[in-house]
Design a protein around this ligand. Sequence first.
Ligand SMILES: Nc1nc2c(c(=O)[nH]1)N[C@H]1C(S)=C(S)[C@@H](COP(=O)(O)OP(=O)(O)OC[C@H]3O[C@@H](n4cnc5c(N)ncnc54)[C@H](O)[C@@H]3O)O[C@H]1N2
Ligand code: MOO
Length: 410
Amino acid sequence: MKSVEQHVSDILAVVSRPDPIELDLLRAHGAVLAEPVTAELSLPPFDNSAMDGYAVCAADVATATPQTPVTLPVIADIPAGDVFASAIPVGCCARIMTGAALPKGADAVVPVEWTDAGVAEVAVHRAVEAGHAVRQAGSDVKEGTEVLPAGVRIGPAEVAVLAAVGRRSVSVYPRPRVVVLGTGEELVEPGRPLSPGQIWESNSFMLTAAAIEAGCEGYRYGFVGDDPDQVFEAIQDALVRADIVITSGGVSMGAHDAVKEVLSRLGTVQFDKVAVQPGMPQGYGTVGESSIPIIALPGNPVSSYVSFYLFVLPALRKMSGLPQEQLPSVRARLLAPITSSPRGRRSYLRAVLDYDIESEEVAYTALPVAQQGSHQLSALAKTNALVVVPEQVTELPEGSVVEAIQLPHR
Ligand SMILES: Nc1nc2c(c(=O)[nH]1)N[C@H]1C(S)=C(S)[C@@H](COP(=O)(O)OP(=O)(O)OC[C@H]3O[C@@H](n4cnc5c(N)ncnc54)[C@H](O)[C@@H]3O)O[C@H]1N2
Ligand code: MOO
């Protein structure tokens, strides 16, 4: 059987990072930056006031106390956006608002709360040091410095930084379009009535949602039955708007598993048994004239789910322009024994991971849920981690320390 690592690297070999495109700032939100961004100007570009108050020369108010206030004439009013062109003469001050440029001659701002808030002249009750409530030019960013490296995902903070350094558009990797197709004659659209032998379709919803959460454009194609012609047509159709196609079902040994047969006709798709539980039968390759990557996941819902995080996510990261990175994992103490794990296959058990505030050594506990069957979907929603049981291990007592992979957004 093929190792998990081998299957990941085989998949990574058939997907590539797209060429960057220039996108307007909000369109770029959620995509990965393809260029390092530097500040053309310092931020703030000029010394400015951090408070509403009075721009003064600190030396002029050095003796001010509540008992002995210093009174200064107010010679100007400087709202944010205005610039006071001349200098403040010694012994004078200007009323100034937060964000307004500090006038020449002033070296500090007295907050309005430390004054009588006068308009023509003002009584200052407290001394200030030079620099008080002044935001120095460049105290956020110095001109020419890198504010964002290439390879970061653009979230709200990055959008803010880009706008603040004056960028209206940026070079990003376009978000991969992921088209998801389920297969199975027994499947029925949720919301429609079930006949005997049928179940409601869930994999294409789950995989589309997971692709969207991974920052991609996810499209649910829906599902088709096991008729090879239908499967053929659906995959051809899906290819039109896909950078990658994800299918579920039809990859095992079933007599009606159409996906295997059709995909072999359409491209270079290879089917493997991967040494993993759940998710053993897997397919990957490329299809169509443009050699669009395709990943064929097993139909069992839990297998599809786990396979997404093990095999699809690394592909989507690469296609998004992100560096390869494992999902974060921690060492955790098992709160229940693991009674059986197949020898020769690495198990990923769905578990509840908790922070263990009492423990001095291992900071987490992991409780694998009781329902670990590949069809037992409902338990997934209770879990937030995958406990890894290595290939050669078949059981583990309670209290064992294991690796627990933290699932995203859980
Ligand atoms: N003789 C063997 N049988 C099976 C083997 C094997 O090695 N030898 N492997 C088992 C394992 S492991 C898995 S995993 C499954 C994978 O099977 P397929 O990928 O061919 O999937 P299907 O047979 O189409 O479906 C399996 C199961 O999942 C349900 N399903 C499928 N698609 C969906 C969907 N979109 N939404 C909800 N549920 C879905 C389907 O009804 C089946 O119950 O094969 C084992 N068998
Ligand atoms: O490997 Mo299957 O994925 O056991 O359920």
